[in-house]
Design a protein around this ligand. Structure first.
Ligand code: DX5
Ligand code: ZN
Length: 218
């Protein structure tokens, strides 16, 4: 199975959004990573449904939506209708996580759960078999451009073990501070999807940056 690169649109130029979406379409990237923040679960507001609708209109690759919002159950069908292919909710934002995961899967989307840096892998033990993806946050969610937290490697190894032990098909995504400096080590630890925002969009040549990152991990 090849390892995937998911550029985070949060770091795109919103005044040239169509251009940046088409850049990703034409690149070696695999997924679009879309960060939705509500200013309550995280101390920042990113963008909402109309912007996702505009992205969906042009995106030709898998749309991976990362919800950093409280009570995400309210919007599961809305995100499915807007074209999301993968919907990830935060463990810390869901009181009835099992129910939320089933509700996501009922729509036909793949179901993901994200863990904040302080949340141990063990909390997923009883839902891992139901999950398509776990997003291990390697920064505190809320902002792009933060530094990678080194403790992530340990968590990825623990998660990989849990997945193997449960015979789950779950994929491991890393989100936050991903660069060419940590990408290979993350894959070695067991990750197979790397989200990269600033590293891609703030580089001089995003197409080349994506190609280099993709080649580095495959
Ligand atoms: C952080 C978001 C990330 C962010 C990553 O809350 O979930 O997806 O866009 O950005 P970089 O790669 O710049 O850390
Ligand atoms: Zn994200």
């Amino acid at each position: 199975m090849s390892n995937l690169i998911a550029p985070s649109v949060l770091a795109a130029d919103f005044a040239n959004l169509q251009r940046d979406i088409e850049m990703v379409n034409n690149s070696d990237a695999d997924w679009f990573h879309i960060d939705i923040m509500d200013g309550v679960f995280v101390p920042n507001i990113s963008f909402g449904m109309p912007v996702l609708q505009a992205i969906s209109k042009y995106a030709t690759k898998t749309i991976d939506v990362h919800l950093m919002i409280v009570d995400p159950d309210r919007y599961i069908t809305t995100f499915a209708d807007l074209g999301a292919n993968v919907l990830t909710v935060h463990y810390e934002a869901c009181t009835h996580l099992h129910r939320t995961i089933q509700a996501i899967k009922t729509t036909g989307m793949k179901a993901g759960v994200a863990l904040n840096p302080h949340t141990p892998i063990a909390v997923l033990e009883d839902v891992i078999a139901d999950l398509d993806l776990v997003c291990v946050m390697s920064v505190n969610p809320g902002f792009g451009g933060q530094s990678f937290i080194e403790n992530t490697y340990k968590k990825v190894r623990q998660l990989k073990q849990l997945i193997e032990f449960s015979e789950s098909n779950c994929q491991i995504e890393i989100d936050g501070g991903v660069t060419d400096k940590n990408a290979s080590k993350l894959i070695e630890a067991g990750a197979n999807i790397l989200v990269a925002g600033s590293y891609v969009f703030k580089s001089n040549n995003p197409i080349d940056t994506i190609a280099n990152l993709k080649a580095l991990v495959n």
